[in-house]
Each structure stands twice: as C-alpha cells, then as structure tokens.
Design a protein around this ligand. Structure first.
Ligand SMILES: Nc1ncnc2c1ncn2[C@@H]1O[C@H](COP(=O)(O)OP(=O)(O)OP(=O)(O)O)[C@@H](O)[C@H]1O
Length: 340
C-alpha cells in the first residue's frame, strides 16, 4: 500500500514528537485557513496513536460578513476529522491597535480561556514562512534580539502552554497537505489585503529579496531566528542566575548590576521589575531605568506605565507606587507577536 502524500507525511512527522512527548490534551486553534487546517488533520491522525486527547477551537471575531457561518463550517470539518470537543467561540473585538491587533488580542484571550477550561495546551499553525516574516519585521523595526529570535515551539505564558509544531514547515506544504486530503481551505481576505504590513512583506518584500539573494531566503531567516534564540536563551539564563545571587530584599543593589555588560544588565533589570509586578518594558522606559545605574547624576524618579516608578536611594533601586503614573511616551515599535 502506498504511504501518505509527502506533504501529509511531513505534517504528521512535525506533530508526532510533541504528541508522544506529553500526554496533556491538545486543542488545535483553527481558523479554517490552510496552515491550521493541515495542522488539525495531522493532530487528528497522530493524537489517537499517541494516546493524547485532541480537540479544536475556532474563534469567530465577528468582523467579516458571514463569519459565524464560516466558523460553523470550520467546526464541522474539524469534527469530521475526528477531533473532540470542537468549540466555536465568538469574541467581542474592541478597538485599539487596529482591527488586526484587536482581533489578535481577543483571539489569544479566548484561546487561553478555552485551554484553561479543557486543561489543554493550544496548538497553533504558525509556519516557517510566518517565522521568516516575524524575523524580517523585527529587523526592520529595530526590535531587540528576543523579538528577532522569533517564535518558539513551546511557550508558556500566563498559565497557557502554546505549541507551534509547524515552525519548520513551509506554507506551500500545508496547502499541499490540505489539497491531498480534500480539505476545503478558507482564504482569509485579510491575508491578501496590502493595507497590512505583514501582507506587503509577504507579497512584495520577500519575493524581491529572493530575486536579489537567490532562493531560500525564508529558511535562511528562520535559521537566523534559531541561532539568535540559542544566544538569547543563554543570556537569559545567565542573567537569571545573576539576579538570583543578589540580595534584593531592600531593593536592587546598583553597584554589582551597573558593572555588568549591557546585555546582562538590562536582563537583570527586566527580571527584577517583572518580579515586582511590572510587565515587560519598552526600550525607552528600560533605558531610563538603566540610566539610574550607569549614568547616575542624582536624577529623580523614573515613572513607568501601570502606576509604578523606580527611584535610586543610597545605592539601591527601589520600586515605588506612583499615583497617576504615566511614564515617557512608548517607543515607535512594538512586538508583532503577542506574548503567546
Ligand atoms: N479565527 C481563529 N480561530 C482559531 N485559531 C486561529 C484563528 N485565527 C488564527 N488562529 C490560529 O493562529 C495561527 C496564526 O494565525 P494567523 O492569522 O497569523 O495565521 P495564518 O498564517 O493565516 O494561518 P491559517 O492558515 O491557519 O489561518 C493560526 O495558524 C491558527 O492556529
């Protein structure tokens, strides 16, 4: 008997290790697009063999005409694949960050809620091409190494485990896998709308780069992400070790932190602030806190977003509450990918 189509086989191989490594249930986040549909089919095939319960969730953003019907059809396809439960979640997308950004925020929150209810991890269909776009966007926006290092296969945030098994798989392969399995793909019109930076990157910039540099630009960018990821992880570990070795009961001692190289110092600062309940800061805020360490001229309190501030007193940095705290304006760039 002939084996499965090569694209289908590649998808199944991509999900197999993650399924055999952990028996926690999986919820496939599926838009009905080629990437997450191919992922859903691969998980539906491999999960029973690995003894892992696997369901799916599709989010209806309610932003496009007929979106509820589309979600219902996607759910029917997912049930036909054998996934259970299959959840359809309608979300209320508020304003802020443009419709795409607001939809993403609402989607990740809904996925996290569904995962918590099912005590499951969430599988996402990001591909190697998505990774390449993320790297290119990060480079073009002057983002830090953590952003340019792209997405990781396993990530835990706020109690949710996100699993991206397709980061090594090309988008052409997910499409081929859907075609080989007669899966009807829903093509999101937003994915072709040149109003979005990511779409122009995909349709104009990457093809131009391929012309100039020759083929293989997307895998090369994904390789850059992987190399950088190894460095970023090592630096993060080193910084966590330095912070753990400091006695911070009365604040962060300035002298031992100030003498660290910038790559470690800013990580120690981020870790200390995070431990104090301050969410990850943009560069402009972090620079201002860093100046209290390395450009100390008796400056006053640095206000941060979210009602906290940092003061330097007697060689120690202290976090203090700030009424009506605002902080300097945010940097012009932001991370494309939410913390998922
Ligand atoms: N409406 C949705 N419902 C559930 N999951 C979604 C939805 N939209 C996106 N996702 C999940 O987030 C991943 C990334 O979303 P994005 O819109 O960037 O995807 P994409 O590259 O167009 O993928 P796809 O082809 O699966 O739509 C998807 O692969 C899917 O796992």
């Amino acid at each position: 008997m002939a084996g499965p189509d090569p694209a289908v086989a590649q998808l199944r191989s991509a999900v197999r290790p993650g399924l055999t490594a952990e028996d926690r249930p999986v919820l496939v986040a599926c838009s009905g697009g080629a990437d997450s549909l191919a992922l859903a089919a691969a998980v539906a095939f491999e999960a029973p063999r690995a003894g892992v319960p696997a369901g799916a969730v599709t989010v209806d953003h309610g932003l496009q005409t007929g979106s509820a019907e589309r979600a219902r059809q996607t759910a029917a396809v997912l049930r036909d694949l054998g996934l259970a439960p299959v959840l359809v979640v309608a979300v209320d997308v508020g304003a802020g960050g443009g419709p795409e950004g607001a939809a993403r925020t609402a989607r990740y929150a809904a996925l996290a809620r569904a995962a918590a209810e099912q005590d499951a991890r969430v599988a996402l269909g990001h591909t190697l091409d998505d990774q390449a776009e993320t790297v290119l966007l990060g480079l073009g926006r002057g983002s830090g190494p953590r952003s340019v290092a792209g997405m990781v296969e396993h990530r835990r945030t706020g109690g949710t485990t996100w699993w991206r098994p397709l980061l090594g798989v090309r988008r052409t392969t997910t499409r081929a896998a859907c075609a080989a399995q007669d899966l009807a793909v829903w093509d999101d019109p937003w994915n072709d709308d040149p109003a979005y930076t990511r779409v122009r990157l995909r349709t104009e910039v990457l093809p131009l780069l391929e012309q100039v540099l020759g083929g293989g630009v997307a895998p090369a960018l994904a390789r850059t992400a992987a190399l950088l990821r190894a460095d970023v992880d090592a630096l993060d570990d080193l910084a966590a070790g330095r912070l753990a070795a400091l006695s911070c009961d009365d604040g962060l001692p300035a002298a031992p932190v100030a003498e660290l190289p910038a790559a470690l110092r800013t990580r120690v600062l981020r870790g200390w602030l995070r431990a104090g309940g301050v969410p990850d800061l943009q560069a402009v805020h972090l620079d201002a806190v860093d100046a209290l360490l390395v450009r100390w001229r008796g400056q006053g309190r640095v206000d941060l977003p979210g009602g906290a501030g940092v003061v330097r007193v007697s060689g120690t940095l202290n976090l203090v509450p700030v009424r009506n705290g605002g902080g300097p304006p945010p940097a012009p760039h932001d991370r494309e990918e939410p913390d998922a």
